[in-house]
Design a protein around this ligand. Structure first.
Ligand code: VGL
Ligand code: ZN
Length: 211
């Protein structure tokens, strides 16, 4: 069992309609983690939510690039960028949190990916890997030092948030059974390898909740 401390926060990533079955970028089984995240959230002294929040015509949308298809990768000015179906458009139904998400005590909702010309998988840095979102400063000012990550998607936004959080000296742990992957070719193995190299622990929800 892991004993939670006052300086711990649960970071629940992108639990939005478009990432759930039937959504624009629906992830298999993603709705199954909602009750697990709710139970985890009740156990934590601090909870932060992130929300993927794109303008229409966003650079990560295949529809914004002539002849492009979802799931291919393009060379953006800031580096490689995977293309997706249009998703999580600001103020749309798809951008809303899953209706079953029950975290009224969430202290911060951090929106990301809101600039037309750059995507942000990580809750810490945009996809140029240098532009900060402000989250590190927020956590430091509040004295929150250890982050437990859950939500969507394991191999994209959860992955890059954990990696960047670790680089910025936060202890990051990933609650694996409270996440689900998009699953592009090789993306799960690459995520596990990145976590191993960064010393990011993969844990199970029962280590916090008990069984
Ligand atoms: C995500 C693809 C595109 C995620 C966001 O939340 O992992 N994946 N936008
Ligand atoms: Zn997105």
């Amino acid at each position: 069992m892991i004993t939670l401390q006052a300086t711990d926060a649960l970071l629940a990533v992108d639990l939005q309609n478009d990432f759930c079955p039937g959504g624009a970028l629906g992830i298999a089984g993603s709705d199954e983690i909602v009750p697990v995240v709710n139970a985890l959230a009740r156990a934590f002294p601090h909870v932060i939510l992130t929300q993927d929040w794109h303008p229409p015509g966003h650079i990560s949308f295949a529809s914004a690039h002539r002849g492009a298809k979802p799931y291919q990768t393009i060379a953006a000015p800031y580096g490689p960028q995977a293309l997706w179906p249009d998703h999580c458009i600001q103020n749309s139904h798809g951008a809303k949190f899953h209706p079953g998400l029950d975290v009224p005590h969430a202290e911060l909702v951090l929106r990301k990916g809101y600039r037309l010309d750059i995507d942000a998988y990580s809750a810490f840095l945009e996809n140029d890997h240098v532009t900060p979102t402000g989250l590190a400063g927020y956590l430091r000012e509040r004295g929150l030092t250890r982050l437990f990550l859950c939500g969507l998607a394991y191999d994209f936004c959860v992955r890059f948030t954990a990696i960047d959080g670790t680089s910025q000296d936060f202890e990051c742990l990933v609650i694996e059974d409270a996440t689900r992957p998009v699953k592009l070719p090789g993306s799960i193995d690459a995520t596990r390898q990145a976590f191993a190299e960064a010393g990011i622990q993969r844990i199970q929800a029962e280590e916090i909740l008990g069984s």
